[in-house]
Design a protein around this ligand. Structure first.
Ligand code: ATP
Ligand code: MG
Length: 239
């Protein structure tokens, strides 16, 4: 049987008023694949992620999720279909506890079902376990990022979208983020990762897309892109 794509985006264009943020780009994520998007500021990476999550409306193009057209569906509907986002800047609820934040991620599930998901999330992020009754605002930035991942995983997504999860984190937590991405992916969740940290992203990803303003200029395996001379020069500090 032909392997079905988890996500297929064809000829996507997005405008903000008169500004064209994305010009006819195509990309895909296979079942169980970890795919990254890297590129300069303002290139449209977050816009691509938001279009998939139903947070911005495309001008044109097709967005297929497990073969079905999902363009125009409400973000909450997409969560129910198995999509979850770890938003830029984490956006955990500071005055709520860790547990309450996790429960927010389960809003589309029936009462009582969330206990089991909470157990699974706390098993994946043991540092949150001891802090589960603590207000999220008292967590370190790295721990808040773990919580943002945990909250997204509460809906048991098949596709996880993550926007710059490493930004602002110490090297210690960047390393944990990269380990957790791999672990989440190994458990069967496809991941579309937008990153500033090109090296980390390409190291964990099966495949990557390189953006330039509004377009995708290159695509390749994570390893292939890490070894590419131009990518090394522009994104990896020439090393
Ligand atoms: N809500 C908005 N209204 C108007 N313009 C926007 C909006 N969001 C993004 N843009 C513009 O669209 C373009 C693409 O932005 P986007 O945030 O997708 O880029 P990015 O690749 O994620 O950049 P960064 O690396 O800085 O996060 C930029 O020119 C940006 O200024
Ligand atoms: Mg962005």
């Amino acid at each position: 049987m032909e392997k079905r794509l988890l996500l297929e985006v064809r000829n996507l264009s997005v405008y903000y008023g008169p500004l064209r943020a994305l010009n006819d780009i195509s990309f895909h994520v296979g079942e169980g694949e970890l795919v990254c998007m890297i590129g300069p500021n303002g290139a449209g990476k977050s816009t691509a992620l938001k279009a998939v999550a139903g947070l911005v409306r495309p001008r044109s193009g097709e967005i297929l999720y497990r073969g079905d057209n999902i363009k125009g569906l409400h973000p909450e509907t997409l969560v129910r279909l198995g999509m979850a986002i770890v938003p830029e800047g984490r956006r955990v609820f500071h005055t709520m506890t860790v547990l309450e934040n996790l429960e927010m991620g389960a809003y589309s599930r029936r009462d009582g079902h969330s206990k089991r998901e909470i157990e699974e999330v706390l098993e994946l992020f043991p540092s949150l376990k001891d802090r589960r009754r603590q207000k999220a605002g008292t967590l370190s930035t790295g721990e808040q990022q773990m919580l943002a991942f945990g909250r997204a995983l509460m809906s048991k997504p098949k596709l996880l979208l993550a926007d710059e999860p490493s930004v602002g984190l110490s090297p210690y937590y960047i390393n944990i983020v990269s380990e957790k991405l791999k672990e989440i992916n190994k458990r069967g969740t496809g991941i579309l990762l937008v990153e500033q940290n090109a090296r980390m992203a390409l190291e964990v990803s099966h495949r990557g897309y390189i953006f330039k303003i509004g377009e995708i200029m290159m695509e390749g395996s994570g390893k292939g892109l890490l070894e590419n001379a131009e990518i090394r020069r522009v994104f990896l500090g020439g090393r």
